[in-house]
Design a protein around this ligand. Structure first.
Ligand code: MG
Length: 338
């Protein structure tokens, strides 16, 4: 197998603000695995909060490239286990390589992954569209710029309720709210009933990622479902979230790829928990991978390419939240300029 890679800095259409800060660009790494004349692509965006940069991914990959290439590839799950042991401290890099392995596998089999897994794409939920934190006027303008059936609204600031109430005046769409760990238990307890009255569907990551006592108290009292994001990183976290959250938001990058994400979905279902997969502002390469899993989910947040002003691949498109799949095998994406 031959591995190559390229890094990009993808510009956002509008500066993107959440409770942790503002970004104008999304750095991301694309890897390509070439085998038997097929090329599989995978992606991992860099996220400061998880302390992994594109440079760190490249440094680790360069150091062990020979081992990545010498693996006798037959199926992506075996490959993930190998990668996981090769890069135990770099789940983002493992994600990019695992995704490329799955893309390669689908291309060799000449089918999209959802076909190989016998999933019905008609069951895929609609994706939401994210509105980052901004002035109320700008948030309303961003919402009106993208008419959509479901919005995910970033909160975690002083005037949260005022923001959501102002947006509600302009639409009947479903609202989801993501506090990105920005509230205290007291704030969450006070705000969640008000958000319920504003027609919010669920709350994502209300408290700090390790505030398990706070979450237990909130779980027992919350009038809205609570979905773990920062508290649910890897496979073993699903169990920890049980009876602290009603569901989990899996991100392929943080859990280290499609292989562990499928295990997390299975475990969450066994525990009767809701399942969402979210993006980290990936290009259409990463969202192609999310689209393959979408029929297994209750909720999906895969609007990365809609928030960015440049894309690096032809991939899934959206029709008012509905995923429009392509005919290409693997992840269903065709990278450009790679
Ligand atoms: Mg989140």
């Amino acid at each position: 197998m031959k591995v190559s890679y390229k890094s990009y800095s993808l510009p956002f259409k509008h500066p993107f603000t959440i409770s942790k800060g503002t970004k104008t660009h999304q750095p991301t790494l694309i890897v390509a695995l070439e085998h038997f004349g097929f090329v599989g692509y995978g992606e991992a965006p860099a996220i400061n909060y998880y302390d992994i940069t594109v440079e760190k991914m490249i440094e680790d990959l360069e150091r062990k490239k020979i081992f990545v290439e010498k693996f006798a590839f037959s199926d992506p799950e075996r490959y993930w286990h190998y990668l996981h042991h090769l890069f135990p401290a770099n789940p983002f890099l493992v994600c990019a390589l695992d995704m490329a392995g799955w893309d390669l596998y689908g291309k060799i089999k000449r089918q999209q992954l959802h076909q190989l897994w016998n999933l019905d794409t008609a069951k895929a939920p609609l994706t939401d569209f994210t509105i980052g934190i901004d002035s109320i006027d700008n948030m309303v303008a961003k919402m009106q710029e993208q008419p959509w059936p479901i919005y995910k609204i970033k909160v975690g600031v002083e005037n949260d309720i005022e923001m959501v109430a102002a947006l509600r005046k302009h639409t009947d769409a479903i609202f989801r709210v993501d506090a990105n760990a920005g509230w205290t238990l007291e704030q969450a307890t006070q705000k969640i009933p008000l958000l319920k009255d504003l027609g919010v569907e669920f709350i994502e990551q209300p408290l700090a990622k390790d505030d398990w006592d706070g979450m237990k108290a909130l779980f027992d009292a919350s009038p809205l479902p609570l979905i773990a994001d920062e508290s649910c990183v890897k496979e073993s976290d699903v169990e920890k979230c049980y009876q602290h959250f009603h569901g989990i938001n899996i991100k392929l990058t943080k859990c280290s790829g499609i292989t562990p994400a499928r295990n997390m979905i299975k475990r969450a279902r066994e525990l009767s928990m809701k399942v969402m997969v979210g993006c980290m502002n990936e290009s259409s390469v990463g969202t192609g991978a999310i689209a393959q899993l979408a029929p297994l989910l209750d909720y999906v947040d895969m609007d990365g390419p809609l928030l960015l002003s440049e894309d690096i691949a032809e991939g899934v498109k959206f029709d008012f939240g509905r995923i429009l799949y392509t005919d290409s095998p693997g992840l269903g994406v065709i990278p450009e300029n790679f």
